[in-house]
Design a protein around this ligand. Sequence first.
Ligand code: HEC
Ligand code: HEC
Ligand code: HEC
Ligand code: HEC
Ligand code: HEC
Length: 296
Amino acid sequence: MPQIFDRSSNALARMSLILTGLIVIALGVTLDQLQRSPWVTRQGQRADQPVPFSHKHHVQGLGIQCQYCHTGVERSSYAGIPPTKTCMNCHAQIWTNAQLLEPVRQSWATGESIRWIRVHDLPDYVYFNHSIHVNKGIGCSSCHGRVDLMPIMYQENSLQMEWCLNCHRNPAKNLRPAGEVYNMAWTGPSREKPVWCGTNGDKTGTPTAQTVSCTTVNPEQVGARTASLDMLPPTDQPETHMLDVAAHPNGAAGPTGADNVSYTKFTDQQGLGLFLLKQYHIRDPHELSSCETCHR
Ligand code: HEC
Ligand code: HEC
Ligand code: HEC
Ligand code: HEC
Ligand code: HEC
């Protein structure tokens, strides 16, 4: 029987196999890249909102707090979008004739909500909760970026699983005093701008975010004693001063002159993060990265 294929076709077959392999790999890489691309994650895109609401103007310009509009953020899983009533608190008097605000007045007159386009939107099979993050010292800006500088809202981070896990595997690098979560410009402690934190120990039971108080003003200068840099549990310290145990709502506020809090000085994020990790009772990275945490 004559040979149908000569020797060279063998090489050809091998070549085409290799080529096919390469194409499959290239396709895989492309799809993977595509999956992560801003086109899929919607990172950076500005939605065409019914009203061009500016966070920059209202937050940075007018100094309105996030919680004034996003009322659920500390107490519930949702931050929530404010109802028209919230806008009318001011816009019943200010800019009452502006064309830009016509949809707001329309909504107020008809009682029909403004149809804001969602910017951040996790798939339904992912469980997310704002309050736990906010109360454990993760700032809005760690996830949403510099909202106070955004004329039009956009999504700063991918919100993909990898992004969540990147923090859950090492939360210390992002932990800040609970009183600083609304501070958009927070950058963590440094040698030039140290942070002092103290707890009132066992006095009120288990320490939580609320029993830790931090300040950017040297407590020594306000009369309290500063503890050494090591992280002895407060009970091991012979004689301590007690301080107001509430987290300072405006962050940088100084100590309020009570007693029995011993302060530790922090000059870098790592030190502060490890301290807060303990004080806030953050679960270990394994538990935080287990599938059931986010897929229930
Ligand atoms: C005066 C009211 C007001 C204040 C103050 C305010 N927001 Fe908003 N925020 C809105 C409105 C209205 C929307 C929906 C329209 C939009 O996306 O721009 C919104 C949307 C958002 C979204 C996107 C929601 C989505 O669709 O995914 C985030 C994130 C957000 N705000 C964060 C913040 C943060 C952080 C602060 C404080 C620095 C803040 N906001 C202060 C009114 C406000
Ligand atoms: C605490 C008062 C206050 C609240 C609450 C408020 N605004 Fe405003 N808003 C202002 C003021 C003041 C201006 C005018 C700023 C200027 O031009 O100096 C303004 C301006 C605007 C403008 C014009 C464009 C711009 O950003 O300058 C739009 C649009 C607007 N607001 C939408 C809204 C919407 C929507 C809400 C509700 C989610 C809202 N505002 C809530 C005070 C408020
Ligand atoms: C750990 C990351 C993280 C932090 C911290 C965080 N957010 Fe969010 N935020 C998200 C994610 C993720 C979504 C999308 C949730 C969804 O689709 O269910 C979201 C959605 C929102 C929305 C849209 C409405 C809603 O409730 O879904 C607003 C408004 C908002 N965040 C405001 C804030 C404010 C204000 C703060 C600070 C007090 C804050 N966020 C802190 C991750 C975060
Ligand atoms: C910047 C850091 C950071 C990012 C980003 C982040 N988390 Fe978290 N997350 C935390 C911390 C800190 C806790 C609190 C852990 C604790 O108290 O043990 C937490 C807790 C949780 C919990 C536990 C809530 C509960 O009630 O048990 C869930 C669920 C969760 N995160 C989901 C997510 C999802 C989903 C994303 C991404 C969309 C995300 N997180 C992004 C830091 C982060
Ligand atoms: C910290 C929260 C978090 C944890 C822990 C987590 N996931 Fe996810 N997962 C997410 C988020 C957020 C998405 C949505 C990603 C998107 O929208 O692209 C997701 C998406 C997925 C998807 C859909 C496909 C994809 O990759 O987009 C699968 C499958 C999945 N997760 C499996 C797992 C498994 C298995 C584990 C445990 C090993 C796990 N996840 C742990 C947050 C988490």
